[in-house]
Write a protein that binds this ligand. Structure first.
Ligand code: AMP
Ligand code: MG
Length: 529
């Protein structure tokens, strides 16, 4: 078996914390601290993503190697690894929180694949680092299953995201108070190996500017430019402004994808925003079941709902403005940065319109008609609890060329009935208004002149049948905690092809059952992971 070869350009290129001691502290003037993962008792591989292994050119039989599984649990280092935790800061819930950093993530090093792509491998839950503050540096199976499955589900949905290579149980128990309610419990410890071209966050830049460490800021920004944005040229004020502009564009596109698939991140703090516009840090995220722009999965966010579904585009803009402030010392002009923020809004609007047009099966977004059609759509989706994923998927099944509403007794098209959670909410008024919208929609869609098959194929390519419904993840976790990991593997498999019909797997496409409506883990999540 060929061995993966690791290197660490990051640690070679950027200033290191001179202190070797692994204790909690403020780390100044450096981008990272070298730190070894904590040894665990009994590493056991639960799952791996073969597509991610392929990205890294890992051989298929690598998972049979005890040495490699040990490395994915942090128990041993492979040749070329130079483990470290990075220093970053961030705004949490709108307030500057100072130094945060990789409190439980340890970067192992990088693999350069045969296409010359450089991938960083990072263990999440590998033990304390200088950035662990008052926490233990560990992760539990519950949150690790959620991170592992969601990273891969998002990728296969076409949403930019960090990836997940492996999920291992550590064999150790971890104490967690899931809802901060004074009921701590022991849970199985686990580690996910995450993979991305860079784990640099908005907060990675913010920390240096906040401390006036402009020299370090420049080194990190120069490194990011060279490594991740080489087409922007040599470091210069213009190149840094262009870097910021690209981050704005990439972020706009990422958020449009979230809105398309009904994903709510849950903790869009600036330390959880990737400089590459990747979805990062899967914690108390959730998937919209009934369409509700005010929904947030995060119990910590329940009062302010800062990170609710419908607020994500504005929060991303706010976060980008903070990044703009952090990058300002390298650009020394506010105009280009402000222009980029303006372009974020423009790009978001354009991408959102073309996204919603594609979800509806239109050839393009025609403001003359489609402004009204979409605003009425989002109104009717909220009249009764309506499953967003099922609604859009099944809308494609309606024959728009022959849709006629019976004037006397409007009735919902049978194709949409599965989308409704509470039949009693389907009053005459709701049904009437909804069918009026469908009639409007059908006229508009048929005017594009596409065949029913063509329209359906195009809609099915953007409206997933399978998403990581909150209750599905929880059912898989329940089994996994008892030692049966089959459902994690089955979900991983189904979520590889979210747009395919997959006969026999329909149970994974059903709307949330009633028992899950208020069950912890299914409808409410916390940061305690
Ligand atoms: P999050 O809200 O999960 O993105 O985390 C915010 C900060 O807390 C980051 O610096 C994390 O590394 C840190 N953190 C979260 N959980 C833990 C943990 N169990 N141990 C140490 N640090 C943690
Ligand atoms: Mg985080």
């Amino acid at each position: 078996m060929s061995r993966p070869s690791f290197e660490s350009d990051f640690t070679r290129s950027l200033p290191a914390d001179p202190e070797a001691r692994n204790g909690v502290r403020q780390v100044t003037g450096s981008c990272y601290s070298r730190v070894l993962p904590t040894k665990v008792s009994k590493p056991q591989l639960v799952a791996h993503a073969s597509e991610v292994a392929d990205l890294l050119d890992l051989p298929d039989d690598i998972w049979k190697s005890k040495e490699f599984v040990e490395a994915m649990a942090g128990n041993r280092q492979l040749d070329g690894m130079d483990p470290y935790a990075t220093c970053y800061g961030g705004h949490q819930f709108g307030n500057w929180a100072g130094q945060l950093g990789d409190g439980r993530a340890i970067n192992l090093g990088e693999i350069v694949n045969q296409n010359q792509e450089r991938w960083v491998l990072q263990l999440k839950g590998a033990g304390p680092t200088p950035y662990s503050r008052s926490a233990d540096g560990l992760a539990v199976l519950r949150s690790s299953v959620r991170e592992f499955l969601c990273s891969e589900a998002m990728h296969h949905l076409g949403v930019p995201t960090t990836r997940a290579l492996s999920l291992v149980l550590t064999g150790d128990q971890v104490m967690r108070d899931m809802f901060y309610s004074g009921n701590p419990q022991l849970e199985p410890g686990a580690i996910v190996c995450r993979v991305a071209p860079s784990f640099t966050r908005f907060g990675s830049f913010q920390i240096f500017t906040s401390r006036g460490e402009i020299d370090v800021l420049k080194q990190l920004a120069g490194y990011t430019l060279r490594l991740n944005f080489p087409h922007l040229g040599e470091p210069s004020p213009d190149a840094y402004a262009a870097l910021f502009d690209e981050v704005c564009q990439k972020t706009a596109k990422m958020i449009v994808h979230w809105m398309r698939v009904g994903f709510v991140h849950g903790v869009m703090n600036t330390d959880n925003m990737s400089i590459l516009g990747l979805t990062i840090d899967y914690g108390p995220y959730g998937w919209l079941e009934n369409y509700d722009p005010n929904w947030t999965p995060n119990t910590t966010d329940a009062s302010g709902r800062r990170y609710r579904f419908g607020h994500q585009p504005q929060i991303a803009l706010w976060n980008l403005a903070q990044l703009g402030n952090a990058i300002y010392p390298l650009v020394n002009q506010t105009e280009p940065l402000e222009e980029s923020l303006g372009r974020y809004q423009k790009t978001f609007e354009e991408e959102w319109q073309s996204m919603i047009a594609s979800k509806l099966g239109f050839n393009g977004f025609d403001p003359k008609t489609d402004q009204e059609i979409t605003s009425e759509l989002f109104a009717i989706l909220q009249l009764a609890e309506t499953d967003m994923t099922i609604f859009f998927r099944n809308l494609a099944k309606i024959d728009v060329h022959h849709f006629g509403r019976s004037k006397e007794e409007p009735e919902l098209p049978s194709q949409l009935k599965d989308a409704y959670y509470v039949q009693e909410q389907l009053t005459e008024e709701v049904v009437g208004r909804t069918t009026r919208w469908i009639e409007l929609y059908a006229q508009r869609a048929s005017s594009d002149g596409n065949s029913i098959e063509d329209r359906q194929d195009r809609m099915n390519a953007v409206n997933p049948k399978y998403v990581l419904r909150n209750y599905l993840a929880q059912l898989a976790i329940d089994k996994s905690e008892k030692g049966d990991h089959s459902q994690v593997l089955e979900l991983l498999e189904v979520l590889r092809r979210p747009y395919d019909e997959q006969p026999g797997k329909e149970e994974f496409a059903r709307r949330r059952p009633d028992w899950a409506r208020n069950r912890p883990g299914c409808s409410m999540l916390s940061c305690s992971s």
